[in-house]
Design a binder for this molecule. Sequence first.
Ligand code: PMP
Length: 363
Amino acid sequence: FKLATKGAQALQPYQPGKPIEELEREYGIKNAIKLASNENPTGISPLVVTAIQAHLQELPRYPDGNGFRLKQALAAYHSRTINNVVLGNGSNDILDLVARAFVTAQDSVLFSAHAFAVYPIVTQAIGAKMIITPAKNWGHDLIAMRQAIEPNTKLIFIANPNNPTGTWVSKTELQAFLDSVPETIIIVLDEAYFDYMDAPDYPDSSLWLDRYPNLVVARTFSKAYGLAALRIGYALAHPDIINLLNRVRQPFNVNSLALIAAEVALQDRAYVMNAIALNKVGLAKLTQGFEKMGINYIPSRANFITFDLGKPALPVYEALLREGVIVRPIGSYGMPNHLRVTVGLPEENERFLQSLKKVLTKP
Ligand code: PMP
């Protein structure tokens, strides 16, 4: 369509996993399990259910456009002030806000190969140039990224850990990188899977805001907090950055139910701790399963793991679908031989492993 910008014309739309019902219909299967979108399998926090029910009567009104109460709760949680917090309609919204506030069509945005799919979308929507550095062992190569900075680079996205590879950069590597990048470039540390990460070298970058005034730390309620459908995420940054993000933000970007749900979810530590513990056990089960089957996988501490079939993965994806197990093909990330599976409930992990074994040993 000629009227659209070049950026919009070049864009590949994000391809979300299809809903279970749609796939069941398409493939004539029943009781399918979905391990495709890195969602929390443990259900909704009962405290969140109660809070949402109690606030349903607020639906005719616009939400609090400043999200004051939630921002206060997040500020307290992170020992910051509300001037360090901005709320987003999912953390995807945050990524978009940062690009729109800091990047023009004359600028460039830097990120790694195999990095999260929303970075090219928000960059191309603006018509800015993408600088994509090759990965190292599937992970972000921060040395290569530092060297790839151009005079017009305004923004760098780092997913830590990265989706879909599960790879993470260590505290030492990341600090050396942040120390070496000029303060005129905004660096987004996208930490959607922060809560699951128990690797000793994995940093809590939210503690670094005073040291790096160009740092934006993006977090979400979609994963360990189990609120993916409500669409709510946030960023922590220097008040000057937050101020700018608030200017480009849509007035009511986060809805009332998401605001109240996130506020309560933040208090329900038992729910989050249970989800994290279950994930740890499930991840161990999956890696053991891969090892038993002699399948290579990329080590992960997040709520998903990506494995290498050593051959085009789509037929295996399709065969798993016919078994009623939905995983995620990641050919669009330049990884056509890999599949990504989300850690599910114990019985789901078991069913995935059994199905994988079956489809791989079929003549
Ligand atoms: N960043 C990364 C690395 C992700 O994997 C995701 C979820 N797929 C997001 C951000 C966005 O999550 P949400 O918009 O649901 O907060």
